[in-house]
Design a protein around this ligand. Structure first.
Ligand SMILES: [Zn+2]
Length: 312
């Protein structure tokens, strides 16, 4: 096990900022707010990587401010995707995260055409070996086994590495008597690994069953989007299931369901808000409050164990 410290420096966002500044044709060291004009002039005036347009309210957001606000729009509360390392950085106490199995890579058992090239290219672009980061860290004063998925690595798809890393994390949680938190975002099982991907559904849930038998809590956090094989396995069996606002959550996507059932879907179908109303998830927690709320839930869920420990 190696200790990994996440600093602001390690976040890709800052380097993106720096490279964009270098590309600024005006030679200005400080980015200027774009002028409002035609689509053509707007495209020319906005240095890529410094401003991001909110897809919900169309406000131009300064990237640095967006990063400081954990990638949540300050105007309309739209939650952009957040990388695994940034998310871990936002949740655990400084220097407390010990990453596990960071070097585990897929063996390409099916010898699927171009799969190794695809993996290599995503490893290069994301800096990850696969779509999940796992380890033991502290949230508040509680040590937890924490797994965080990253959608930027092949759509957060669950192959044998994601399944194995999460299983080892859950088993480490069981052995050490720690709560498990898994933060999911995924398009589902990884088709390049066929049945080996699907097997991860049973394996992770099996490990969670032993974890539950040890009377340890498991919190599943669903972020946008969480779908298919991930939602049909470990993401939906939490003692507590919470989601970020407006996260899309389901098994098959709305278009597939609509085409299959040949019927209109209710408004807000598969959103976190719809699912909390219908009882599939327990709470919606905004990203800015996530750490505080997780610490509160952990405190609540481990109170019995603390009392037993106090009794000796
Ligand atoms: Zn917005």
């Amino acid at each position: 096990m190696t200790t990994t410290t996440f600093t602001k420096k390690s976040l890709s966002l800052e380097s993106k900022d720096a490279s964009s500044k270098a590309n600024d044709s005006n030679g200005a060291t400080f980015p200027r707010k774009p002028k409002i004009g035609s689509a053509k002039s707007r495209k020319r005036d906005i240095p890529e990587g410094i401003w991001t347009k909110c897809p919900k309210c169309s406000t131009m957001l300064y990237d640095k401010e967006l990063d400081e606000n954990l990638k949540v729009c300050i105007h309309c509360n739209h939650h952009f995707g957040l990388g695994a390392r940034e998310r871990i950085h936002s949740l655990v106490e400084t220097c407390s995260f010990e990453e596990m199995d960071a070097e585990m890579v897929s063996a390409d058992v099916l010898q699927f055409p171009f799969y190794p090239d695809k993996i290599a290219s995503y490893q290069k672009s994301t800096g990850f070996k696969d779509a999940v980061v796992t380890g033991i860290g502290k949230i508040g004063d509680q040590r937890v086994a924490l797994g965080v998925m990253d959608f930027s690595f092949l759509g957060g798809s669950m192959g044998s590495v994601v399944g194995e890393k999460l299983t080892r994390l859950i088993e480490a949680g069981t052995d050490r008597g720690l709560p498990v938190i898994i933060i999911s975002t995924s398009g589902g099982a990884r088709m390049y690994e066929g049945m080996f991907s699907l097997m991860q559904m049973a394996k992770t849930c099996g490990a969670l069953a032993y974890h539950a038998k040890a009377r340890l809590p498991y919190i599943s956090v669903l972020t946008n989007p969480t779908y298919a094989g991930v939602m049909a396995s470990y993401a939906s069996v939490g003692d507590l299931i919470i989601a970020e606002p407006a996260a899309m959550i389901g098994f098959a996507g709305p278009r597939v369901i609509k085409e299959t059932t040949q019927s209109d879907l209710p408004p807000g179908f598969q959103t976190a808000e719809f699912l909390v109303e219908h009882g599939l998830i327990d709470a919606i927690v905004p990203r800015r409050e996530m750490k505080e709320r997780l610490a509160y839930y952990l405190d609540f869920l481990t109170v019995g164990q603390k009392q037993i420990a106090a009794l000796g």
